[in-house]
Design a protein around this ligand. Sequence first.
Ligand code: LIP
Length: 282
Amino acid sequence: MTDLWQDAMDHAVALARKAGQVVREALLAERSVMTKNSCVDLVTQTDQKVEQLIIQSVKEKFPSHKFIGEESVAAGQPSALTDLPTWIIDPIDGTTNFVHGFPFVAVSIGFTVNRQVEFGVVYSCVEDKMFTARRGRGAFCNGEPIQVSAQEDVRQSIVATEFGSSRDPEVVAHIFSSMRGVLSIPVHGIRSAGTAATNMCLVASGCVEVYYEIGVHVWDIAAAAVIVSEAGGVLMDVDGGDVDLMSRRVVAANRKSIADRIVKEIDSFCPVRDDAPPPRAQ
Ligand code: LIP
């Protein structure tokens, strides 16, 4: 019997590689930059072109499947997650990096059925690293198995987080309050790759012990979530509860004990959910 989801995953890998080539070529060219929700929330024509390339190809092969794409949502498409087979796409995770030529940019393609991530593909385009995971079948980088760090001591850990695209003073205060608490544990260091998917693949690869962020979107983390869990990692909400991919809050770690310790330092808040109803027209 054909394993349909494997066929879909193979297609996702081929699309991520093709999209990554488009991104790499665009990195060398002049980039026109637009903004979305704030002056620092950037998008380019390459983001839009890559997302359409992926969606059109999937529609031809799997016409009944649904989509949640970063730029489609920005253009007004709904981002409600249903039980139907759904492709969750970030065409360029790390758009600000892309605009500046900072070499951490990833194509992220997650796939859910019954609201559960069945497979994830994250292609780090400049590094040429294809991270993949199928639920229950392990996590890989360029076909080689990957595992989270064996570190048990948070004081000997590297922590990744991001500053996000909000410059609201209250949000900025939460971000720095959390970072101050984490740094003072103390930990070996705090890092920001500029892309949630890459940060999470660094956790899955054992290079970073824990990543947390409030303000991400489902398309930033859906694919990398299954890569982390299949690499032996844990996912949770920033309050220590179960992770909710639509909540815009995530902790990904090598060990629950390390995640639990980091959670104690997070000065949390609740962004508007990805599946919140659109604001009523005034
Ligand atoms: C980015 C995320 C990152 C977050 C940025 C931005 P994008 O995704 O990967 O974690 O801090 O604000 O949302 O917009 O580059 O796809």
